[in-house]
Design a protein around this ligand. Sequence first.
Ligand code: SF4
Length: 381
Amino acid sequence: MSSTETATRGPSDRRGPVAPASSGLPSALREKLLDWYVTVRRDLPWRRTRDPYAVWLSETMLQQTRVETVVPYYQRFMRELPTMAALAEASEERVLALWSGLGYYRRARMLHAAAKEVVRAHGGRLPTEAAELRRLEGIGAYTAGAIASIAFARREAVVDGNVARVLARLHAIEGDIRSSRVVTRLWTLARDLLPGAEGDPGDWNQALMELGATVCLPRLPRCDVCPVHDQCAAHARGIERELPRSVPKKRPIVVRRLAVVLASPRAVLLARRRADVLFGGLWEPPTSSNEGSGDLTARLGLRAQDLEHVGDVVHVLSHRRMTVEVRRGRLERHARFEVPGPEYDAIERVDWSRIEHLARAALTRKILQVAKVAPRGLRLT
Ligand code: SF4
């Protein structure tokens, strides 16, 4: 697996157009790419099954997330909640705990809500048609196309970040890759390329995605080993590294926060974020904006000198760049604590043995690592 591989999916989901499929298939390109895919495809756990639930789970986890990050999460999730019914019956706390560290927690909540709906309205089976799949929470054009084509062999296209890049280069499309005009064109091209009745649309879609993930890389496309380089317009014109073009994204908002880690050899103090705020439902050391640091310290019944600054954590989200100052103090056995601010709805001393079972953001692991308070041998994932 390439270390430079990308596997971002999903941004095109919300913008799937409704242009009809057309004929005129470049079958030579399809044959070459499919032959290549059959030979080199990576053995990923979700590729060993066509179970619609497994396909759906993997596609949801892969949105905005790299393949190598997803693999252990997918395997654990499938072990703990192996069926639609098991997911529908699970508590939100359990689902979020299994998702802890994977980020974009809204995906987990929507997956959970959709599983309940599938059990309630569809007898526990995912609908087979993309249009019906799209009525479920969290399933957009990309995910619906992926499930319908891979799990149900429906003739549905997919356009994720990888496919968009490949198609933009194959056809030397110069417009902004995020503009609705180009997105519509990419979906039309993806539909035009689908194999006819004799082919497997799921394999074809995965072949395109695999090419984008392992060969047609964002900065340095590996055209020398590309199975379709002789049919690539961007390569022929020597502009493959310039494509796809995109208008630069806005700079992320810079946020400064303070985290207070109170710990003892037995436990650590964690607070749960309210469901309707960023990182909702997740547990973390009490945290505030720096402007509110005095408030936070007071709410915890501490004086500034009770805490020691042990380092900073930088955490980058899609639209924010957070710098979290970490201060550490002792968790006294008899101290009582109130909920430490409006962003929280609970606060608890959590025994270190329990921490792996709580829903936590990746940021919490980083904060606890900087604070160096976890007992020796405890692996915080
Ligand atoms: Fe991408 Fe290069 Fe292949 Fe064109 S030839 S599809 S730019 S890897």
